[in-house]
Design a binder for this molecule. Structure first.
Ligand SMILES: NC(=O)C1=CN([C@@H]2O[C@H](COP(=O)(O)OP(=O)(O)OC[C@H]3O[C@@H](n4cnc5c(N)ncnc54)[C@H](OP(=O)(O)O)[C@@H]3O)[C@@H](O)[C@H]2O)C=CC1
Ligand SMILES: O=C(CO)[C@H](O)[C@H](O)COP(=O)(O)O
Length: 630
């Protein structure tokens, strides 16, 4: 048996000593009655009929705490009986041994206990005295709570089962991701507690029914009661939250807090905003609870078979959950887990956010490729066949799933023809675009793919506007090979922009993010895994800016004529290719030693006296011109 100190607590007459005695025999561990540890002066005071005050109790509780510490140091368990009616008393009892302490709270109604006391021979307790105990009682939130209506033997059996059967890890929220991650944890031998909320008539017995559905969850403990869920987990508890980002996370944290104890760890595995993650980390720290913001990527299937995991926060805290996360993570080509400590604060959620920003642009590029090929007269099966042939050169998870999507039939037609062309979003692309603007990094492709989704959303207005503008007969002068090369070019720029944003955020916040390691954990499990990502693991070992890497420069040079042609053909023939366009526009701007910004500076100085620097003065001095004609 793991070393533990079992405190049996409750008001007088609840049967603590009887239960402790039986439990001590059952578990073969010693039992100590707290009353035997009162100091001489306390005994005298009580004998004189004066109730003890908190100062009197302090030394007594401390001596019980010393007794418990002595047992923990000797790696032996014991049972201690003490009324411990207030939380402050329990804090003294478990000081420095919180993670070894288990609480059993025996309870009953006032009348029930009074009757038990009255039935005891040689024992009298006035109603007032018992009432004062009930008034003092602050119910523990982290205890095994048992009603004393049950027989002592039954109570001992319950304690024994619950105490021996604690889970190693808790999963809160059994939606798409929570269910898959739970099964993944269980498949990896983790003893789990599962929780989903109860909403009468709507969300009932979710955890229990889910457990029954999958054999790997046979030993998992299902709950829809928060207190019971938390109490079923070994301390310090490790609880992963897989709920919707935003106010739900805050709500869930507040719901959990009363039951958590010092040192417990909450892991937010959702797509939370990185700024909020830092705030939550600091808030929970003030409550002695640790918080890790872990980005998880891989969708439903990845979460089950092995996602990519991006944990951020305090590194020492991360080490405590590392074995669990590494177990369930995807493995790279060298069988190493696609899970790595990212850095402090909200850095884990920041990189997950940018991952999604890259994902937005990768998805949009494939959508534009599809549109171009469709405009060349290809049907979905023919487009799928072309994309299939690209796998040998430019493979990625998103390319693979797009091929599957294009081949899916719905009756005689292809399903893709029946899917409404209005793209949804849950916020991460929006936040990435905000971050690029805030940090002053030109990650233009995330922004254009986000705005492409927003444009798509105005379906009804698009239909109306389409009647105002006659589209000429399309005659795209392109072939699939040229489209592939344009796509390859745009993917490199997209990855450059995404990693550049991460590098800048890392520098500004002192996160010290290792880009090669980040690329490595994105080589499997996540949505943006690809051959290009695998090659970047090596590239980032020597440079942290791929635009300065000779091989990449050479590749971009070779691909550039094709993206120019594809984008030109798209624009001339009115085929919307905003993200392909942004890729080449970006390089057109970024690869010029001189830009048009001199005009901007002159305009700013003209109307707002914002000043400008001169190309013929290298000192960096700022000038102002009196522009208006006199
Ligand atoms: N789906 C995906 O591909 C990915 C999702 N994510 C992120 O993971 C997180 C979870 O996503 P996903 O599993 O898809 O979402 P789902 O909508 O499938 O599940 C949400 C879960 O949160 C619970 N929940 C919602 N509101 C509350 C509340 N007020 N109190 C308690 N529980 C609540 C739901 O319970 P109930 O069932 O009772 O409503 C459900 O268990 C999100 O942050 C998402 O962005 C990250 C990577 C991939
Ligand atoms: O994190 C994810 C994948 O990596 C989620 O699937 C996310 O919901 C995708 O973002 P959006 O819903 O905005 O398209």
């Amino acid at each position: 048996m793991k070393t533990k100190i079992i405190f049996i607590i409750g008001v007088s007459g609840v049967g603590k000593s009887t239960v402790a005695n039986l439990l001590s025999k059952k578990l073969q561990v010693p039992f100590f009655d707290g009353d035997d540890f009162h100091h001489e002066k306390n005994i005298k005071k009580m004998a004189s009929g004066t109730p003890l005050n908190d100062a009197d109790r302090y030394d007594w509780l401390q001596s019980l705490n010393e007794l418990a510490i002595k047992h923990v140091k000797a790696k032996t368990s014991c049972i201690i009986v003490c009324s411990a009616l207030k939380q402050a008393y329990r804090d003294i009892l478990s000081h420095q041994i919180e993670k070894y302490s288990e609480w059993v709270f025996l309870h009953g109604s006032f009348d029930q206990i009074k009757k038990r006391l009255d039935n005891r021979k040689n024992h009298f307790m006035s109603s007032e005295l018992l009432k004062s105990q009930f008034d003092t009682l602050e119910e523990p939130t982290n205890a095994i709570k048992i009603n004393v209506e049950k027989s002592p033997e039954h109570i001992v059996e319950i304690i024994k089962n619950l105490s021996n059967n604690k889970s190693e890890f808790g999963l809160f929220g059994l939606g798409v991701m929570g269910k898959s991650l739970s099964r993944n944890l269980a498949n990896n031998g983790v003893k789990l507690s599962l929780f989903n909320r109860h909403i009468a008539g709507k969300e009932e017995n979710i955890a229990l029914n889910f457990k029954k559905e999958f054999p790997e969850l046979a030993t998992a403990l299902p709950f829809d009661d928060i207190a019971a869920f938390v109490n079923s987990i070994q301390q310090p508890r490790k609880i992963m939250l897989m709920v919707n980002a935003g106010k739900t996370i805050d709500l869930v944290i507040e719901n959990l807090l009363p039951y958590l104890t010092k040192g417990d760890i909450l892991i937010d595995g959702g797509n939370s905003n990185y700024n909020k993650t830092k705030e939550r980390h600091d808030y929970l720290k003030s409550k002695n609870i640790y918080f890790i913001g872990a980005g998880v990527s891989g969708g439903e299937e990845g979460a089950l078979r092995g996602p990519s995991i991006m944990p951020g926060g305090n590194e020492e805290t991360y080490k405590k959950i590392q074995p669990f996360l590494e177990k369930i993570a995807a493995k790279d080509e060298n069988k190493l887990p696609c899970c790595s400590y990212i850095g402090p604060e909200g850095s884990g959620h920041f990189v997950k956010m940018v991952h999604n920003g890259i994902e937005y642009a990768e998805m949009q590029l494939l959508a534009e490729v599809f549109t171009l090929l469709k405009n060349l007269g290809k049907n979905p099966d023919e487009i799928a066949a072309i994309l299939e042939s690209w796998k040998a050169i430019e493979n990625s998870y998103l390319l693979e799933i797009t091929i599957d999507i294009l081949r899916k039939k719905d009756g005689e037609d292809w399903l893709i023809h029946k899917i409404m062309d209005k793209a949804g979003n849950k916020g991460t692309g929006n936040w990435t675009t905000i971050a690029t603007a805030q940090l002053g990094i030109p990650s233009t492709m995330v922004a254009s793919s986000l705005f492409a989704r927003y444009i798509s959303f105005f379906k009804e207005e698009r239909i109306t506007v389409s009647t105002y503008f006659n589209t000429n007969d399309l005659s795209l002068n392109l072939n699939s090979e040229e489209i592939l090369k344009a796509y390859q070019f745009a993917r490199i720029i997209n990855h450059y922009q995404g990693f550049k944003l991460i590098k800048e955020a890392s520098n500004r916040n002192n996160w010290n993010i290792n880009l090669s390691e980040l690329a490595r954990i994105w080589t499997n499990g996540c949505i943006i895994r690809s051959d290009l990502m695998t090659s970047l693991v090596t590239t980032f070992k020597t440079v942290d800016n791929i635009l300065h890497e000779p091989e990449i420069i050479e590749k971009l040079q070779a691909l550039k004529p094709f993206i120019k042609k594809v984008v030109t053909e798209g624009i001339v023939n009115e085929v919307a290719v905003p993200t392909l366009t942004d890729a080449i526009s970006f390089l057109n701007s970024f690869s010029k030693a001189t830009s048009s910004a001199n005009i901007i500076q002159a305009q700013r100085d003209y109307f707002g006296a914002h000043t400008y620097q001169r190309t013929d003065d290298t000192s960096g001095k700022f000038y102002h011109t009196h522009w208006a004609k006199n």
